[in-house]
Design a protein around this ligand. Structure first.
Ligand code: 13P
Ligand code: SF4
Length: 319
C-alpha cells in the first residue's frame, strides 16, 4: 500500500511537470480510474475518451486502456505525444480484423458504405467511411440506411447482430468477437435472475444475442452506468467487464451490483468478466511511461489522414 501511494504521488508530480493528462477506460483498475479523476484527466467509454483527448490542451496524453484507444488519440492529435502503460494491450476485435483481409473484403463490395467499430487498427479505420463506438452505432447505421446506403459492418459480429435486430437493417458482416463478452451465458443468467428477481439486467452489446435478449438495458459502458444510476432497481446483474463496478458504485452508492455469469471460472477462464489486456494497465507502467517516455504510440503517416476522416465524422455526428 505504501508503494502504491509512492507511485501515485510520483505520477501526480510527473503529470504536471510533463504537461500530461491521464485518460482511462472504465475497464482499467480502479486505482487508475481514481487517479485519472483526481488529476483532472478523464475516465470514460471509448467515444468520450476520444473526444476528451481531442479537446484537452495537454501536450502528452497517457491512455490507459488498449491499443486502439491510444491510436485513436494519436490519429486525432498527431501533434501530441501519446503514451500507453503498455503497447502489448490489444483487443480480440482488433486482432480478428487484419487490414489486408479487410481491405480485400471491402474491395469486393465497392457499392457498400464501410462502418467499423472503434476497436480496430489505424489501417482498418483508414479503409472505412465511418467509425462508430457502441454508444452511437445504432444512430449511425439508421442515418446511413435512411440515405439508402448498403453497409459493411466490422468487426464485432455480436454488436452487428444487435444493430441489425434493432434497426431491421441487413448488413454485410465481418466475423470477430470480444473474448470477454462472448463468455457470458444466457442459461446461467436466467438461473441467476431467479436468485435476484428484483434485479435489472444491464448488458453491453458485445455480448451474444441470447444474453442481450435477457437485458433490461443494452448499451455502451457509459449508457449502462447511467442506467444503474437512473433505474429505480436496487440490484443489478451486469454483463460486461467487472472493473466498471467502480464507476457504477460511485454513480449509485446505495445499490448492489452482481456479475453476470460466464462459462468458466478462475483459472479455467482467462477472460471471464475482465479483459486480460485492460488488466495489463497499472500504476507501475503508467509511472514508467511518464518517466521514460516509453510505449509511445506512433501511427504510420500515410494512414493518419484517411483514418482521421471517419473518426472525425463520428465525433461530429455525436456532438
Ligand atoms: P465502450 O465504448 O462501451 O466503452 O466499449 C469499449 C470496449 O472495448 C468494450 O469492450
Ligand atoms: Fe476488446 Fe473485449 Fe477487451 Fe473491450 S473487453 S478491449 S472489446 S477484448
Amino acid at each position: 500500500l505504501q508503494k502504491q501511494e509512492e507511485y501515485k504521488s510520483r505520477i501526480r508530480q510527473l503529470l504536471i511537470e510533463k504537461d500530461a493528462c491521464l485518460v482511462a477506460h472504465y475497464y482499467t483498475d480502479e486505482v487508475l480510474q481514481q487517479l485519472a479523476d483526481e488529476t483532472g484527466g478523464c475516465v470514460s467509454d471509448s467515444l468520450e475518451m476520444a473526444r476528451f483527448g481531442n479537446n484537452h490542451p495537454a501536450k502528452t496524453l497517457i491512455v490507459a486502456g488498449v491499443k486502439f484507444m491510444g491510436e485513436t488519440a494519436k490519429i486525432l492529435n498527431p501533434e501530441k505525444r501519446v503514451l500507453m502503460p503498455t503497447l502489448e494491450a490489444t483487443c480480440s476485435l482488433d486482432i480478428g480484423c487484419p487490414a489486408d483481409e479487410f481491405t480485400a473484403f471491402c474491395d469486393a463490395h465497392p457499392d457498400h458504405e464501410v462502418v467499423v467499430y472503434a476497436n480496430t487498427s489505424a489501417a482498418v479505420k483508414a479503409r472505412a467511411d465511418w467509425v462508430v463506438t457502441s454508444a452511437i452505432a445504432l444512430k449511425v447505421v439508421e442515418h446511413l440506411a435512411d440515405q439508402g446506403k448498403k453497409i459493411i459492418w466490422a468487426p464485432d459480429k455480436h454488436l452487428g447482430e444487435y444493430v441489425q435486430k434493432q434497426t431491421g437493417i441487413e448488413m454485410l458482416m465481418w466475423d470477430a468477437a470480444c473474448i470477454v463478452h462472448e463468455e457470458f451465458k444466457a442459461q446461467r443468467l436466467l438461473d441467476l435472475k431467479k436468485v435476484y428477481p428484483e434485479a435489472a439486467v444491464l448488458v453491453h452489446p458485445e455480448s451474444p444475442d441470447p444474453v442481450v435478449e435477457l437485458a433490461d438495458v443494452v448499451g455502451s459502458t457509459t449508457q449502462i452506468i447511467n442506467a444503474a444510476r437512473d433505474l429505480p432497481n436496487k440490484q443489478f446483474i451486469v454483463a460486461t467487464d467487472r472493473a466498471i463496478f467502480y464507476k457504477m458504485r460511485q454513480a449509485a452508492p446505495d445499490k448492489e451490483f452482481i456479475e453476470a455469469p460466464t462459462g468458466g471460472s478462475g483459472a479455467t477462464c482467462r477472460s471471464c468478466a475482465h479483459c486480460p489486456w485492460m488488466a495489463m494497465n497499472g500504476l507501475e507502467n503508467v509511472l514508467h511511461a511518464l518517466e521514460q517516455g516509453s510505449d509511445e504510440i506512433f501511427v504510420d503517416e500515410s494512414l493518419i489522414d484517411d483514418a482521421r476522416r471517419p473518426l472525425q465524422r463520428m465525433l461530429d455526428f455525436s456532438a
